[in-house]
Design a binder for this molecule. Structure first.
Ligand code: 5AD
Ligand code: SF4
Length: 448
């Protein structure tokens, strides 16, 4: 039988990037080979994101583009996985009947079985199979997520390791608890085994993943928290960098801040999604933190005396956001001095509490606020990059070629992109003297 090839397109967050690594591993174990382009593949899988409306729409437009592929090659299999699959289920097949399978966020480990079924139906000449049987969106009832041992990692240096999945919080704008389900934690024993194995295979950066990673606790050991896990991972010989996404600010206590500051191999970069600087809006969002509490956390990081780069997420135009609420956000941003920000216009998501409210901030105001926020952040980054990086020697982990292909690109522990001329290869650690800064990246020269 012909060896079949697959192509996975990944949208969305780091969790989706890692789910793709797991699905790739499963498909290779199943006997498929990766294809370098969608047009040559026998199986195309879209791993999708629905956190904002735009991302969700993209899936249907991409499925529209794939329709002619199927028309010219009826043997082609097309699948949708990830958050849009979970959210829309069989509606995807109704809207795009050329889709063969829809696989929700708890079900990707069943993809080889689904393929088996689709291929055997085809070999029996039964044509398109009953579409209801191609939709798999049940949530698992287990306390811990399924263990997936076959992972085809995307890079040679970063080992993503899931520590928990799902979210028990109830942020009013967020669809994630609906698409990913309630929190499920892996045991620390399994996580630490994965980390040790990754080091043995040559990975030097470990990225701990989960929707609310800082809420981690070992399901088998009481009092074993995210801080305990981070400390244990940090103690594994051979790990040079540890990152973690996505944290919730409310879980940071003095102990965790001190641990991050103290351990050399815990990256000095912390993502603290604030969402708004106004107490009224934070309360409406059910964010659990106030503006004052958040600013005191920022102060705690500063008080460690270490250069710890903070980043954040902000939404503009949440229902009811007034000019003054937005001014409070700008003020918080000025005070916090983030090194990076991800900012978005509020978009209504189904199955969220805020979907019941009137989306009352006009689109032009959402856009205008977003622009003012981004302009302010750009000014802050220009000045922080000069102050904190220019002329300094930074350790850079090489990831690959720069955009223009002429240099190499890597990242500092603080997650700054650095481009510099070098013969070094992905996974190498190089000391680079920073000679030029711009709002989004740095340039430098290798120090030998
Ligand atoms: N509208 C706009 N942005 C959103 N985010 C999550 N839900 C929405 C929404 N409905 C943003 C938040 C979150 C990031 C991953 O996406 O800022 O932290
Ligand atoms: Fe969404 Fe809030 Fe959970 Fe983050 S903490 S995933 S923003 S509900």
């Amino acid at each position: 039988m012909k060896t079949l090839s697959y192509f996975i397109e990944t949208h969305g967050c780091q969790m989706n990037v890692h789910d793709t690594e797991k699905i790739s591993g499963l498909l290779m174990q199943y006997g498929m080979v990766p294809s370098s382009t969608a047009s040559d593949a026998d199986f195309i899988l879209l791993n999708t994101c629905s956190v904002r409306e735009k991302a969700s729409h993209k899936v249907f437009s991409r499925l529209g583009e794939l329709k002619p592929y199927k028309e010219s090659n009826p043997e082609l299999l097309i699948g949708v996985a990830g958050c849009v699959a979970q959210q829309e289920g069989s509606a995807i097949i109704k809207r795009a009947p050329h889709v063969d399978m829809v696989v929700g966020t708890h079900q990707y480990h069943t993809i080889p079985d689904i393929l088996d079924e689709l291929l055997s139906v085809r070999s029996r000449g039964e044509g398109q199979q009953n579409q209801d049987r191609s939709v798999f969106t049940d949530f698992e009832k287990t306390v811990t997520p399924s263990e997936v041992k076959t992972i085809k990692r995307k890079t040679v240096f970063r080992a993503n390791i899931t520590i928990m999945e799902g979210c028990n919080k109830k942020c009013a704008y967020c669809i994630v608890p609906y698409t990913r389900g309630r929190e499920r934690n892996r045991t620390a024993g399994n996580i630490l085994d994965d980390a040790r194995n990754a080091v043995a295979q040559g990975y030097s950066e470990i990225q701990l993943l989960g929707q609310t990673v800082t809420n981690y606790h070992d399901p088998e050991k009481e009092d074993y928290s995210f801080t305990s896990l981070l400390e244990a991972v940090s103690g594994i010989e051979g790990i040079r960098r540890i990152r973690f996404v996505s944290p919730h600010p409310i879980n940071f206590n003095d102990e965790l801040v001190e641990l991050i500051a103290a351990k050399k191999n815990i990256c000095k970069q912390v993502h603290l999604p604030v969402q708004s600087g106004s107490n009224a809006i934070l309360k409406k969002m059910h964010r659990l933190h106030t503006r004052e509490w958040y600013l005191s956390l920022v102060e705690k990081f500063a008080a460690t005396g270490r250069h710890i780069a903070l980043s954040t997420d902000i939404i503009t135009g949440f229902p009811g956001e007034t000019d003054q609420d937005f001014e409070d956000t700008l003020d918080l941003v000025r005070n916090s001095q983030f090194e990076q920000m991800f900012s978005f216009k509020y978009s209504v998501r189904p199955h969220t509490e805020a979907a019941e409210w009137i989306d009352d901030v006009p689109e032009e105001i959402k856009s205008e606020r977003l622009k003012r926020l981004q302009d302010l952040q750009k000014e802050i980054q220009v000045s922080l990059h000069e102050k904190r990086y220019l002329g300094k020697v930074m350790e850079v982990l090489v990831e690959g070629k720069s955009h223009d292909g002429q240099q190499v690109m890597g990242r500092t522990g603080t997650n700054k992109i650095v481009n510099f001329p070098s013969f070094s290869r992905p996974g190498d650690y190089v000391n680079v003297k920073i000679e030029k800064t711009s709002p989004n990246s740095l340039k430098g020269k290798e120090i030998i």
